[in-house]
Design a protein around this ligand. Sequence first.
Ligand SMILES: *[C@@H]1O[C@H](CO)[C@@H](O)[C@H](O)[C@H]1NC(C)=O
Ligand SMILES: *[C@@H]1O[C@H](CO)[C@@H](O)[C@H](O)[C@H]1NC(C)=O
Ligand SMILES: *[C@@H]1O[C@H](CO)[C@@H](O)[C@H](O)[C@H]1NC(C)=O
Ligand SMILES: *[C@@H]1O[C@H](CO)[C@@H](O)[C@H](O)[C@H]1NC(C)=O
Ligand SMILES: *[C@@H]1O[C@H](CO)[C@@H](O)[C@H](O)[C@H]1NC(C)=O
Ligand SMILES: *[C@@H]1O[C@H](CO)[C@@H](O)[C@H](O)[C@H]1NC(C)=O
Ligand SMILES: *[C@@H]1O[C@H](CO)[C@@H](O)[C@H](O)[C@H]1NC(C)=O
Length: 234
Amino acid sequence: MSSEFKTLFFFLLLLRCTISTPPSESFIFNGFTDANLKLDGVAFITSDGLLELTNATRQMQGHAFHPNPLKFKSPTGKILSFSTTFVFAILSEISDLSGHGIAFVVSRTRNLSSALPSQYLGLFNISNNGNASNHVFAVELDTILSSEFNDISDNHVGIDVNSLKSSSSHDAGYYDNKTGVFKNLTLISGQPMQLWVDFKGEEMELNVTLSPIRMPKPNKLINPSCRRKLIFRA
Ligand SMILES: *[C@@H]1O[C@H](CO)[C@@H](O)[C@H](O)[C@H]1NC(C)=O
Ligand SMILES: *[C@@H]1O[C@H](CO)[C@@H](O)[C@H](O)[C@H]1NC(C)=O
Ligand SMILES: *[C@@H]1O[C@H](CO)[C@@H](O)[C@H](O)[C@H]1NC(C)=O
Ligand SMILES: *[C@@H]1O[C@H](CO)[C@@H](O)[C@H](O)[C@H]1NC(C)=O
Ligand SMILES: *[C@@H]1O[C@H](CO)[C@@H](O)[C@H](O)[C@H]1NC(C)=O
Ligand SMILES: *[C@@H]1O[C@H](CO)[C@@H](O)[C@H](O)[C@H]1NC(C)=O
Ligand SMILES: *[C@@H]1O[C@H](CO)[C@@H](O)[C@H](O)[C@H]1NC(C)=O
């Protein structure tokens, strides 16, 4: 089925990440030219510093990892907190159909060479999807309804813990601060959007917020209830 769909262009314009409580690391990339990201698959950095994860060839994948492993545990074993935000756009060859999505991933390994493209989003394969020993969590921006993974729609944001069957998902969009009304955003619109991922280690709580670009971070989350035990191992 996925061969029907044209592949996308993904651009990350800016990535900001802070891991808090000492020892802390923080970085901001305004363009990726000198970011020294570890790329694989068809991912590349364009001459103007954008990260392009896939190109127009179908069923391809690309990954871009921070060059150094980040510590998620303090020396005393306390799980650290982090916040990150990035701007992305999904550009499709045809305006009303595209595949498959993009994910922000935290992984114990950056060798995802056995992961599959298309509905597997470059994260897992048929045999390891759902296995607790993956030690992977991701926030997926998914543009295809894959019923085998219980996807809620063809335009959603999901929190994936070791599995493409999301622990929590929501239609892509945001709650307007003033009115509290939910506004849809179309992931494949080609419009730049901003995703925030906030994680508190003590509570094991992950918050995800999406918004159009140049809008301050909306107040209300799109995942009001995702508290999950996430397991990190060094
Ligand atoms: C996508 O990238 C791959 C690997 O670099 C290349 O073989 C392929 O021709 C590219 N596709 C397009 C449409 O540029
Ligand atoms: C990545 O993992 C695969 C098996 O999944 C293995 O064959 C390959 O050697 C590994 N690559 C590196 C660079 O470790
Ligand atoms: C799936 O990925 C795992 C982890 O990298 C690897 O060990 C396994 O061989 C892969 N399975 C298939 C069928 O590719
Ligand atoms: C999960 O992965 C581990 C390590 O690769 C493997 O030993 C185990 O058999 C897998 N479990 C299942 C249910 O596939
Ligand atoms: C948002 O999109 C979903 C799925 O397409 C639809 O069911 C819902 O009615 C839309 N909501 C608004 C406020 O437009
Ligand atoms: C998640 O959002 C809730 C409600 O706004 C807030 O109380 C909590 O501190 C947030 N947690 C994180 C990890 O940002
Ligand atoms: C929403 O409210 C929060 C906190 O009150 C504020 O920081 C943020 O800038 C507001 N966002 C918008 C889009 O007005």
